[in-house]
Design a protein around this ligand. Structure first.
Ligand SMILES: [Zn+2]
Length: 280
């Protein structure tokens, strides 16, 4: 039940809140920050795949399921539709929370929002990854990027473009195998981030998050998941199975990557978007 305060009382509350704001402004001698309006000339790029029966999942993870509950005209004469869904955390475009590989670190709902939004850089290794399914992105790939674009700013969101999203949702090409079950894990072949580069990004460039357009931030043949462990022990979350990175420039885009807020989650479905820099 919704209880509404009487109008006079609501006005009183508003007046009180306004005067508190005024006092706060006077006390600090500053003015309220100007609201940042969304600029209509900024292009938005969707970095998330859809969830459906085609969504690619890790060979040992349960697939996404959508169950129809209602879809039709009710006895009362209005149309009504609703579904149930079920999914494992680590499939489709999703967030990895640090607790996924670092005991006691942030679960999904504990990650501060400012770790999930920010300025992005995109490192493009599509040419190398096209001929090397087991390629791991090296510190040299990032220093090459810096020779053209300048040093990666601290607190950047680093996005790695391997080109593998073009294979989605063909698991045989995207993952290296369409087989399911524990035995299929050894047959995974796709590029990832080398552990040396993960450490370099975390320690020398102080990045806030890392994203990739493959199924895992570690390459498919990884058995110890060193890159996951290095990043998550340092509270750097990762975004996996991103798409449309070909539409995001090397620098200048602003990323918003908001997961479903699963309490205690080690990962969660992620809706990620890029706001491109204004056209000049
Ligand atoms: Zn994951």
């Amino acid at each position: 039940m919704l209880v509404r305060a009487p109008a006079a009382r609501r006005r009183g509350l508003f007046a009180a809140a306004s005067s508190i704001t005024a006092v706060a402004i006077l006390a600090c001698g500053c003015s309220a920050p100007a609201p940042r309006a969304f600029a209509a000339d900024r292009t938005l790029v969707d970095l998330s795949h859809e969830y459906s029966g085609e969504t690619v999942f890790w060979p040992t993870a349960d697939a996404f399921k959508l169950e129809k509950v209602a879809d039709g005209v009710t006895e009362q004469g209005y149309y009504y539709a609703a579904n149930n869904f079920a999914t494992s955390e680590h499939g489709g475009t999703h967030l990895d929370a640090p607790v996924h590989f670092a005991k006691g670190h942030w679960s999904v709902e504990q990650i501060p929002l400012d770790r999930l939004v920010g300025d992005a850089i995109v490192v493009d290794v599509t040419a190398t990854a096209a001929s090397q399914a087991d390629y791991r992105v090296l510190p040299a790939d990032f220093t090459a990027w810096e020779r053209t674009n300048g040093e990666i700013p601290a607190a950047s969101i680093v996005l790695i473009r391997t080109g593998y999203s073009a294979f989605w949702p063909d698991a045989a090409r995207y993952l290296g195998t369409s087989e399911r079950g524990p035995a299929a894990v050894a047959k995974l072949h796709f590029p990832g981030l080398h552990q040396d580069a993960a450490r370099w990004l975390a320690e020398t460039r102080k990045v806030k998050a890392v994203g990739i357009d493959t199924a895992s931030i570690d390459y498919g043949q990884s058995t110890l998941y060193e890159t996951h462990r290095i990043l998550y022990e340092r509270d750097i979350p990762a975004f996996e199975n991103l798409t449309n990175l070909d539409r995001v420039p090397a620098r200048g885009a602003f990323i918003v990557a908001l997961p479903m807020k699963i309490k205690g989650g080690t990962g969660a479905p992620l809706r990620a978007i890029a706001m491109l820099p204004p056209a000049r």
